[in-house]
Ligand binder design. Structure first.
Ligand code: AQP
Length: 326
């Protein structure tokens, strides 16, 4: 089984990215051949300060290792080190429809109908499809927000396979977790926790210190009825805290509801601070060890070589099927 996924090097990697995606990346290493990318070409769909981007690329690589991705076992690499992503992205762009791209909710949310929206944001899903199809991936571990993009990837792959042969692309499947697949903002539990939200209190970044973790959880938005119960519709704040607790600790929501029955929100929040700090402090330590090491740079070089070898095999097949080249 081949596994592929990626994270954008846009800074502020948070517990939503961790609980929705990175935790799966680690677990799947025992089940298949894993390829984990730092998708820097995706990051420039909105303008980025070049020096910052370069730093964030190494930050994500170090975080991959810090959360438990084995840099020798899995292939970890930077997207722009493999030219096949951009080439296949163009080919897939030509096989996608403007109608289906216009329906992508992430595009609609970010573009908001503004005519000066970068075109890259519009064709982003074709690049994401290229990332996945380039490696003949069977499984793509991601958060719920990527469901629509995975569906589109499958549609494009099937469309091309129907035209050019069933074995042109492997049709991938998304993999989503039960708890953690959609972590909401702590200060507004109706919005997704995101790297780009202005308020620092909306998220917990993986490198936040214990004080910041405590502040964000203790100040998180809840409700006034005082009952610890999972109910997304009516109690989004408490439901979000229960989900995060469950994803960090492995305890089911039901067992948390029973365990906290009759107790106040303050107790739940205090315990969650402890659970989060216990989970995140070893990640911070490992990150500090590896971030500026030669080991990390060597791993990315090796990863680029191994990824390129697979990508080039796919591109040969794809160019042939499309009749490209001499
Ligand atoms: N809130 C979330 N809950 C669960 N999973 C999440 N993911 C993102 N946010 C949540 C998952 O993390 C992986 C990497 O995400 P990405 O780097 O590709 O960027 P994104 O989805 O655009 O992340 P953000 O934080 O929301 O960034 P901005 O603010 O820039 O848009 C993906 O698997 C994603 O599903």
């Amino acid at each position: 089984m081949r596994v592929f996924s990626g994270v954008q090097p846009t800074g502020n990697i948070h517990i939503g990215n961790y609980l929705g995606a990175l935790k799966q990346f680690v677990a799947l290493q025992d089940e298949g051949d894993c390829i984990y990318c730092i998708v820097d070409l995706h990051a420039i769909t909105l303008p980025k300060e070049p020096k910052e981007l370069k730093n964030h690329i190494l930050d994500v690589a170090a975080l991959y290792s810090a959360v438990g991705i084995d840099l020798k076992k899995s292939i970890v690499f930077v997207q722009s080190d493999v030219p096949g992503h951009a080439e296949l992205s163009w080919i897939l762009t030509c096989s996608s429809y403007t109608g289906e791209l216009s329906r992508m909710t992430q595009f609609k949310d970010k573009a908001k109908g503004d005519e000066s929206t970068p075109t890259g944001l519009f064709v982003y899903p074709a690049l994401m499809a290229a990332d996945i199809l380039l490696y003949d991936a069977d499984i793509v571990p991601v958060g719920n927000d990527q469901k629509q993009h995975i569906e589109l990837t499958r549609d494009i792959a099937i469309r091309i396979n129907n035209r050019l042969g069933d074995d042109t692309f492997v049709v991938p499947a998304g993999r989503f977790l039960k708890e953690g697949a959609r972590v909401m903002a702590l200060d507004d539990p109706t919005a997704k926790m995101s790297k780009s939200a202005e308020s620092e209190m909306s998220r917990i970044s993986l490198l936040d210190d214990d004080g910041k973790i405590k502040k964000a959880i203790m100040r998180s938005t809840t409700d006034s009825d005082g009952e610890i119960r999972y109910d997304i519709e009516n109690k989004p704040g408490i439901s979000n805290l229960l989900s995060i607790y469950s994803a960090f600790s492995g305890r089911s929501i039901e067992s948390l509801e029973q365990g906290y029955a009759g107790q106040g929100y303050g107790t739940l929040k205090k315990d969650l601070v402890e659970v989060a700090v216990d989970a995140l402090s070893p990640i911070r330590d490992r990150y500090a060890e590896i971030r500026h090491s030669g080991e990390l740079k060597a791993a990315l070089e090796d990863g680029a070589e191994r990824a390129n070898a697979i990508a080039e095999r796919t591109m040969k097949r794809v160019r042939e099927r499309f009749g490209l080249g001499r």
